[in-house]
Design a protein around this ligand. Sequence first.
Ligand SMILES: [Cu+2]
Length: 146
Amino acid sequence: MTRRKTIALILACAALALGATACGGDDSSSSDDTTTEAASTGGTTSQSGGSASGTLTGETGPGFTIEVSQDGQDAQTVEAGTYTLDVEDKSDMHNFHLIGPGVDEEVTDVPFVGDKSVTVTLEKGTYTYQCDPHAANGMKGTFTVT
Ligand SMILES: [Cu+2]
């Protein structure tokens, strides 16, 4: 009985000691998040002519998800230009709506199910894609055009 207690105590101490050192040594790397987000350089940049510069893929449904991807990856930063936007609408309860500088395009409406393709010209700024009935429930996303 007494033996057990002693062992438990020793173990507890060891754990405490370990915890203490772990905590102590942990403070070294509070990286300063200096995001070089460059307070936006002036507006006039190449408006790369009329030709399509790529393809974006949109997907809405069948669940409460919506996304835009480029080259198979979630689109987060996209270069300005003209794009073919292929939207796959997998549900009759969701739509696909793209909103941003110069664009306010409901590519598919709620009852529509299937694929639709539109051409969009993206300018610098932030674009939001959403399902209108469920945007408030988080069924939306954004990407940045640079
Ligand atoms: Cu929806």
